[in-house]
Design a protein around this ligand. Structure first.
Ligand SMILES: Nc1ncnc2c1ncn2[C@@H]1O[C@H](COP(=O)(O)OP(=O)(O)OP(=O)(O)O)[C@@H](O)[C@H]1O
Length: 246
């Protein structure tokens, strides 16, 4: 059981943005996708979500091929976007009901879990609020609650740590760990190592649309000649230098 991206080439026009990408996330694994602005992280995510059509290659999740069975594939995927996407006329309660409907969840089973998640993110007394009236961080929390409520095989999380308060960051990290302990798969893009390394077991470095290396933090450090104390800042300097030398 795994998410498999095989020889994926794609983007927005005839000119590919990502080129011949191979990635595999097995059950119980969380992979951090890292790279400079414009490296192709969001484009890769858009392909996994079925929002872009590959020019070449194949994406499958637990043997369900995205292009062959898009609905079955998407039922197994929840997404936390970097910028929250909420409906202006729906309350928090209605957003959660929509998630339950979209993922065919049994309401009787889903509501206790929803209340647990809402309490964790201090939203349990705001069910009747219009979600767009929430602050940006609270809106992000709605996306997190909805995604973890969906309880899918794969969770795709785009740059989750900016804008969340430290309590929410800690809760999100513990939810990601709980998900992988329950054999879920997680793909997360991030620029911040301190948080990422608490939740992620492996990293893939995307540079100019191609995967340079996939490995543990130790393997990434060795590959780029980084010291154990170096943060991602140093890695980004090296990637930037590589691009300028091309
Ligand atoms: N809608 C679009 N149409 C055309 N080109 C796009 C579009 N969105 C992104 N691109 C281009 O694709 C390339 C990769 O962008 P992408 O958004 O995947 O990068 P990223 O790694 O997610 O960056 P960031 O860290 O800034 O989010 C960039 O050159 C960008 O200009």
């Amino acid at each position: 059981m795994a998410l498999k991206i095989e020889h994926l080439t794609g983007g927005y026009t005839g000119v590919p943005v990502i080129k011949d990408i191979n990635l595999e996330i097995k059950t119980g694994e969380a992979l951090g996708l890292i790279g400079l602005n414009g490296a192709g992280k969001s484009t890769t995510i858009k392909h996994i979500l079925g929002l872009l059509r590959p020019q070449k290659g194949k994406i499958s999740l637990n043997d369900v091929v995205l292009t062959q069975q898009p609905t079955a594939f998407k039922r197994q995927v929840a997404y936390i976007p970097e910028t929250p996407v909420l409906y202006s006329e729906l309350t928090l309660k209605e957003h959660l009901e929509l998630t339950m409907l979209s993922y065919d969840l049994d309401e009787g089973e889903a509501w206790p879990r929803a209340h647990e998640l809402l309490k964790m993110f201090r939203l349990d007394d705001k069910l009747d609020w219009l979600a767009i009236h929430f602050s940006k961080g609270m809106q992000q929390k709605v996306m997190i609650v909805s995604a973890f409520l969906a309880d899918t095989s794969l969770l795709v999380i785009d740059e989750p740590f900016t804008g969340l308060d430290p309590l929410a960051v800690a809760n999100l990290i513990s939810l990601i760990k709980e998900a992988t302990a329950k054999n879920k798969m997680v793909l997360m893009t991030t620029h911040v190592l301190a948080e990422a390394q608490q939740a992620v077991s492996e990293y893939a470095v995307l540079n100019n649309g191609t995967i340079e290396i996939v490995g543990s933090l130790q393997e990434i450090r060795t590959h780029y000649g980084l010291k154990p104390t170096d943060t991602f800042d140093k890695l980004y300097q090296i990637l930037n230098q590589e691009q300028q030398n091309e």
